[in-house]
Write a protein that binds this ligand. Sequence first.
Ligand code: THU
Length: 133
Amino acid sequence: MTTISDKELLDKAKQVRKLAHAPYSDYRVGAAILDTDGNVHIGCNVENASYPEGNCAETSAIAAMVAAGGRRIATIAVVGEPVASGNCTPCGGCRQRIHEFSDADTRIILLQADGGVAEYSDAELLPASFSLL
Ligand code: THU
């Protein structure tokens, strides 16, 4: 099984962020998932002229994971520029999408403006969550 450090996973998110298609918001986000089998899946935001049709980076990375046969997220790294509210954290919809593939020990890690790393659990980002499985 591949082992990859948080820094390496954040670096992969940082790299794929450069490939984002974000001509409308000009706000690029990269995400990299380490799944529970040790495989890494990456995604960036992909916007569309019909604005609601765009995908977030986390959504793209989750789709890549599922298409590659991965099913559970060990760690997801998200990298975007800081925003008014602070770090670039997953939006509400992405929190639900992450939750679908999360376990109690799934970690969400974010690069902070000062270069530090913020870490959350799925339950911290989405308390009282909705699940059918
Ligand atoms: N976005 C992401 O890709 N992930 C996030 O966690 C927050 C927002 C994207 C959506 C849109 O393309 C752009 O950032 C501005 O909202």
